[in-house]
Design a protein around this ligand. Structure first.
Ligand code: NAD
Length: 519
């Protein structure tokens, strides 16, 4: 049985907003192989966004506990780095099997704490599971290179060695996938790890860590510390932590990037987005509208690869009405309800912020074609629901366009030509993803070549690469130079060492030569 008994069965309804359970469970830290309740007196409520029920309490881990986690990771590194890579891979083989076994439990935890539909929560786990599968091939991915006889009797080869203690800081929107972007790659390369889950939905990380321990990960290789800004700053500042992976907003990401780099750490930060779709008039209408609705409103728009802006080129502008009809057909409900297409947004504050941005669009002259702000969801009147919202006549100077909304809101813009549409997209500061919908290979190729986004879709709305590629955000959506997962992920979590050896004409058997050696 899980040591962390979250109360997913308590899906209370409208009658008891902010229902106080007698003792909401405290989410445990994992330090040196032991799941333990934090000694901290400060904690934050984890709230079910569909009901406002307090699911659990996440502690603000103390400095002593944080130090104990780092020291456990440092100690475990000594033997883990010398554990054969095949043995490390076998832990991942077992872990992928255990995640499959417990996928329903993980998905229910995600829906309870994060709000997305159960089907979408399964996808959240599954896309992370694929990284675990890929980590089973780390030995091949970590291989070095060898050139024989670079000079007379001299060979050079490179090896990729683990860094030591690494850390990961996670956002709320993918409670399973993003921790799984991080620790499986890091630990299979031979590192040990400190994971800081989102304080809004930490449960999936704890379940995944339980499974990793069951799979045979030795004590101290994976540690979890909960908290917010203070614990994140402690991670950035700690001299024993060698690398930091971060996924989340630009405000936090750029702070972490500079603070951790100032301490000499390797840092990769995946950040915010404003993903555009360009719709050419020759695109297949129905397939394109379905794609726009799914990618704009799926997960209530809380995906970093959500399509949040549609740029209609020429005659495709007339499709807006059909788009509104398609969006009206979506069912907004608690994620555990079988008919739900989209669930609530993460918090009351998030709902307020999204509604303000919608209002600012209206006030600056945009046209509200579909307004989801006043939606009522029977049985879940206290949930943070916003229905699909579509705003047209949006221009680049509007607040709702400049800010990442991160809610079920699709902005519509217009362009007379593909050139104009590409230039709208490229002027945006973000560069996470962009898609084109067209039946013209010429238009698609031009788009692929000229667009300044890291992940490009051609008739594909959410082009998130599978783990044998990397997640390649661009411009303000990413800082660092080695991306998450794939070969770049292995490079991020390893230090390259280049060895030059001579087993012929050994030093001493030749004359002294003070010139720079050449061959
Ligand atoms: P967030 O930045 O608020 O929180 C992310 C993490 O940073 C959390 O663990 C939080 O505790 C910590 N944090 C927040 N503010 C901090 C501060 N001032 N100092 C130190 N630590 C801080 O992000 P979120 O709201 O959880 O996630 C949503 C954001 O994540 C969106 O901007 C979304 O686009 C982005 N995101 C990006 C990707 C990607 O791959 N590019 C993927 C998922 C989410």
């Amino acid at each position: 049985a899980s040591i962390f008994a979250f109360r997913s069965s308590h899906f209370s309804t409208a009658a008891d907003p902010f229902s106080k359970q007698p003792n909401p469970p405290s989410v445990p830290n994992l330090i040196g192989g032991a799941f333990a309740k934090s000694q901290s007196s400060a904690s934050i409520d984890v709230i079910n966004p569909a009901t406002q029920e307090i699911v659990s309490q996440v502690p603000l881990t103390t400095t002593e506990e944080f130090k104990a986690a780092v020291s456990a990771a440092k100690k475990a590194f000594q033997s883990w780095r010398n554990t054969p890579v095949t043995a490390r891979q076998r832990v991942m083989f077992k872990l992928q099997e255990l995640i499959r076994r417990d996928i329903d439990k993980l998905a229910l935890n995600i829906t309870t704490e994060q709000g997305k539909t159960l089907k979408d929560a399964h996808g959240d786990v599954f896309r992370g599971l694929e990284v675990v599968e890929h980590a089973c091939g780390t030995a091949t991915l970590q291989m070095g290179e060898y050139v024989s006889n670079v000079s007379n009797g001299i060979d050079t080869y490179s090896v990729r060695e683990p860094l030591g203690v690494c850390a990961g800081i996670c956002p709320f929107n993918f409670p399973a996938m993003i921790p799984l972007w991080m620790f499986p790659v890091a630990v299979t390369c031979g590192n040990t790890f400190i994971l800081k889950p989102s304080e809004k939905d930490p449960g999936a990380s704890v379940i995944l860590a339980e499974l990793a321990m069951e799979a045979g990960l030795p004590d101290g290789v994976l540690n979890i510390v909960h908290g917010t800004n203070d614990i994140v700053n402690a991670i950035c500042d700690d001299d024993d932590i060698r690398a930091v992976s971060f996924v989340g907003s630009n405000t936090a990401g750029m702070h972490i990037y500079s603070r951790a780099a100032a301490k000499g750490k390797r840092v990769q930060t995946n950040m915010g987005a404003k993903n555009h779709a360009i719709i050419m008039p020759d695109a297949s209408t129905e397939a394109t509208l379905n794609a726009l609705v799914a990618a704009g409103f799926g997960a209530a728009g809380q995906r970093c690869m959500a399509l949040s802006t549609a740029v209609f080129v020429g005659d495709s502008k007339s499709w807006e009405n059909k788009l509104v009809e398609a969006a009206k057909g979506l069912k907004v409900n608690a994620g555990t309800e079988p008919d739900a297409d989209l669930g609530p947004v993460i918090s009351r504050q998030a709902k307020e912020r999204i509604c303000k941005l919608i209002q600012s669009g209206v006030e600056s002259g945009a046209k509200l074609l579909l307004d989801g702000r006043t939606i009522a969801v029977p049985g879940y009147e206290h949930g943070n629901f916003i229905g699909p919202t579509i705003i047209s006549n949006v221009t680049a100077d509007m607040e709702c366009y400049k800010e990442e909304i991160f809610g079920p809101v699709l902005l519509c813009m217009e362009a007379d030509s593909l050139d104009e549409a590409i230039s709208i997209v490229n002027r945006n500061k973000y560069g996470n993803g962009a898609s084109i919908f067209t039946t013209s290979g010429v238009a698609a190729r031009k788009f692929q070549t000229e667009i300044e986004a890291g992940q490009v879709g051609i008739n594909v709305p959410i082009p998130v690469p599978l783990p044998f590629f990397s997640f390649t955000g661009n411009k303000a959506s990413f800082a660092g130079d080695l991306n998450f997962y794939g070969k770049a992920g292995v490079n991020f979590f390893t230090q390259i060492k280049t060895v030059t050896q001579q087993w012929k004409n050994l030093p001493g058997s030749s004359a002294v030569n003070l010139a720079m050696p050449t061959s």
